[in-house]
Design a protein around this ligand. Structure first.
Ligand SMILES: Nc1ncnc2c1ncn2[C@@H]1O[C@H](COP(=O)(O)OP(=O)(O)OP(=O)(O)O)[C@@H](O)[C@H]1O
Length: 368
């Protein structure tokens, strides 16, 4: 018989927190999800990193207790903290540049770092960004990931759009990343790409309403508490705009650079400009601009229509002296492929070829 969320919460109410109350009375359970196959996952959100640092026994107890319930086939419990990065937290000895991963564990609170770190076993980290929402950044990220994988690269993909995850849908998987030791999780693999998204942990019908520090703590776990390696490239699908996630990345991880996606419209370009400006301020190189939804080619008569304007992104890249990496046409198949979890770049045809070209550009530029 399927287990209910109420039964799980009842069980978790039996796990006491050292400084008083229990996991439920202290309102620490987030993102509780029960899948039809009996897999259960949730986060324990401690109010402070200090408390999170002491809660590994409670996390382990919660995971064991839930796993033992009738109807539960597997339980994954992740520990995180609300105030993930306090400014005055004690700093560990710097390890940047040593090539060693930071000591960030799922089962314990990530330790604050001094500077950007390399991710163990990952050669390059590339963010896919946009200034404006809805310009197709996630679509570009998933297609570029599979196009690179098709060309023999070892590719990972992080959906860093924690408040609006879409990669689980676009990559067509509902598998849950698993962790045998409760510390490091294994990404799921979809279309030859290793993937982690919050959309694989939380109920996709429930809005994730999280405060900034919890979001940045989650991103850090996705970066440093996942068995990524060996990878040629880790692609990060950013949320739109210039917020906490972008800044966390700049501070925490050694990035090769960012690709900025824009449509040719003026409004999108103005926002793309802001995104480029932000990356320059945080010293992440902008490796190139990609124009999405460039033109519509009528499938019946072959007529090309530049619905959102023509050549805007190329002109902007020339103006800003940033490489123009290519244009992706506006095509119904792109959306349909994304909606059905089989990125268009997996197949053949003009759009798939546009993505393959983009992947080749990156590889030839030493970035893929
Ligand atoms: N080249 C394209 N042709 C047709 N539809 C596209 C194309 N690129 C993206 N889309 C569609 O546009 C919609 C928005 O795309 P997507 O979610 O990738 O944008 P985004 O910039 O990541 O959005 P968000 O701001 O929500 O993160 C999706 O329905 C997607 O399928």
């Amino acid at each position: 018989m399927a287990v209910s969320k109420e039964q799980i919460l009842e069980t978790l109410a039996g796990v006491a927190v050292p400084d008083g109350g229990d996991l439920v009375s202290r309102d620490m359970i987030r993102g509780l999800m029960v899948a039809a196959d009996g897999k259960v996952s949730f986060l324990i959100e401690a109010p402070t990193p200090e408390l999170a640092g002491t809660l590994e026994p409670q996390r382990a107890a919660a995971q064991a207790a839930v796993a033992a319930l009738d109807g539960v086939s597997h339980a994954t419990v992740i520990l995180t903290a609300h105030n993930a990065m306090p400014k005055n937290a004690p700093q560990p000895a710097p390890s940047a540049g040593t090539g060693e991963p930071p000591a960030l564990k799922i089962g314990q609170h990530p330790k604050p770092q001094d500077g950007p770190e390399k991710i163990k076993g990952v050669d390059r980290v590339i963010a896919i960004a946009s200034g404006k929402g809805g310009v197709g950044k996630s679509t570009v990220a998933s297609n570029l990931a599979v196009a690179l994988a098709k060309q023999g690269r070892k590719v990972g993909l992080i959906d860093a759009d924690v408040l609006g995850p879409s990669q689980q849908l676009m990559m067509g998987t509902r598998d849950r990343p698993k962790s045998d030791d409760g510390k490091i999780m294994d990404p799921v693999v979809a279309h030859g790409v290793k993937l982690v998204s919050i959309g694989l942990f939380v109920d996709p019908d429930q809005a994730v309403v999280w405060r900034g520090p919890l979001i940045t703590g989650t991103i850090q776990q996705f970066l440093f508490s996942v068995n990524w390696g060996p990878l040629d490239v880790l692609i990060i699908d950013l949320p739109p705009g210039t917020g906490d996630v972008q800044i966390t990345l700049a501070q925490k991880v050694l990035m090769s650079g960012a690709l900025v996606v824009s449509t040719p419209q003026d409004v999108a370009l103005i926002d793309a400009h802001k995104a480029i400006d932000m990356f320059q301020k945080v010293r992440i190189p902008v490796l190139g601009l990609i124009e999405n939804m460039s033109m519509y080619v009528c499938p019946n008569c072959g007529h090309e229509d530049h619905i959102f304007g023509e050549g805007g992104v190329r002109a902007e890249s020339e103006r800003m002296k940033i490489p123009f990496l290519g244009e992706i046409p506006l095509a119904r198949e792109v959306r349909m492929a994304g909606d059905t979890g089989t990125p268009i770049a997996l197949g053949e045809g003009p759009v798939a070829e546009a993505y393959q070209r983009l992947a080749r550009e990156l590889i030839n530029g030493g970035m893929g």
